[in-house]
Ligand binder design. Structure first.
Ligand SMILES: [Zn+2]
Length: 185
């Protein structure tokens, strides 16, 4: 895997988009969630203003399967959104099953779906006992805990990748000042 990190690109995640990603990943925990990222591209920055869950995506542990006709209806409706907004990429979660935790790294299958010039979020969600404040880790990912279930707290590691070419995934830094507000959650 190509695993250098690009310092040329950044993904800015607005609070609304971050909350949508976190809540969708919790809702479908143990299966993947799938969201479309809506926002803007500005110079070297991708700005994710909103992330909306695709509710008709068929969820399985290791992937999602969009139902073509409904996806088309959704993408058709997006054309009518206010000027300046565009689909900048998508997001899905990698979760846990038993003791196995799927890392928030793109699989070969994930990379096949990546299109030149787009940005992709992979939200790793697992459980752990202790709480952790939200921060950027050394990989440039956004990490922290939010909420809990009977096994512990939901632990997130949210990574972003951009595709300089089709089927490529280069890790990029995430910038999300709003994440600090989640640290007491
Ligand atoms: Zn994946």
């Amino acid at each position: 895997m190509l695993w250098w990190r690009s310092t040329l690109k950044t993904l800015v995640i607005k609070e609304s988009a971050l909350l949508s990603v976190i809540l969708a990943a919790i809702e479908t925990f143990k299966n993947e969630c799938y969201l479309i990222l809506l926002g803007r591209k500005k110079g070297c920055k991708f700005i994710a203003e909103y992330a909306f869950p695709v509710q008709t995506a068929k969820r399985v542990l290791t992937g999602i399967d969009l139902i073509g006709r409904r996806e088309k209806a959704l993408l058709g409706a997006i054309k009518y959104l206010p000027k300046g907004f565009q689909i900048i990429g998508d997001c899905h979660s990698h979760t846990e099953r038993g003791e196995y935790k799927y890392l928030p790294e793109p699989t070969e299958e994930d990379k096949k779906g990546m299109k030149k010039g787009s940005v992709y979020i992979i939200a790793g969600i697992t459980t752990q006992k202790s709480a952790e404040s939200w921060r950027n880790n050394k990989e440039g990912a956004l990490a922290g805990t939010f909420g809990k279930n009977c096994k512990g707290r939901y632990c997130f590691e949210i990574r972003a990748f951009w595709s300089p070419e089709d089927c490529e995934a280069v890790p990029i830094d995430i910038f999300c000042p709003a994440a600090k507000r989640l640290s007491s959650a």
